[in-house]
Write a protein that binds this ligand. Sequence first.
Ligand SMILES: O=C(O)CCC(=O)C(=O)O
Ligand SMILES: [Fe+2]
Length: 323
Amino acid sequence: MNIVGKPIAIEATTIKRLAPTFAAELAGFEITEQSIKKRKRWIYELYLEHKVLVLHDQDLSPRTFAAFGRVFGEPEQHHVIKLRHPDEPTLTYLSNQDELDRNPVMKYSGDGWHSDYSYKLVPASATMLLGIDIPDEGGDTLFADAEAAFEDLPEKMKQHLRTLRVRHQYRWSPDKDDPWARWKYIGQEERDATPEITHPLVRRHPDTGRETLFLQPRVIGSVIGIAEMDEAASNALVDELIAHITSEKFVYRHRWQRHDVVVWDNHCLLHSGTTKTLSEEKVRRLLRLTTMGSAVTPSDPAVGMSRLAPVDENIFGDLRIGC
Ligand SMILES: O=C(O)CCC(=O)C(=O)O
Ligand SMILES: [Fe+2]
């Protein structure tokens, strides 16, 4: 007993694996500013080991949510201004409702397999979401383990993939008229912040040194293709690798509950929202934070670091719809 007669809370945490290669639920841990300070290193190590951590029943203020985010790095603002939280610009506010004068396309900005900010020279490190309003069913988030998927490939193929680079651009879409294409909702400032770049296809995790595939689909996912490869061959390779990464054995589906906190490692995972298939009567709102990553380390140093593409093709020229 402590001096005010209350039993001293003893942390009884349990860790449950949620998918064959990754993802874990951390039960019995209450996120508070004190518990964050005390267990920072332990949480970070669990995160590196499991790649996705799920914590239920965390009714957090934006301040405590942001403090927990700092366990995983320095918070970064989203380059799409209207996606930022109106009061806390380092947080993003995700909603499937028509609100905050946003372009309707933004309701589904997380749908489609991707790794956050992969279209930037320095992509995101961790992303963390907090469920505020969660529908009784639907709006799940999917995760795919790109590190386990790379590990699973034959050695000869791994060697070939280590020599390749990938072209990325935020506003790229294989179909200009796709109603969900990102170029439709960004203005000049956001275009300037997202020129075409190339990254190595196989990168090393900055903390664990493990190799992973750093790729996403061409549809919505901002990948133009493999650099210096014929378009048909590039498309076939991208499609084959994405089908492999997102095959069932590497996927975890998170079914949201209110006050869930989910944090994941963008270095080695792809993720996708499923909000487009959710009826709008089902309200879904989440708070989001991403942390700043570090330069992408190629698995094969000869491939070189990430860099700006030689010519910015100014994809889709002046076409723009205000957001
Ligand atoms: O809404 C979702 O389920 C995923 C959102 C997403 O992609 C993100 O927060 O980075
Ligand atoms: Fe995302």
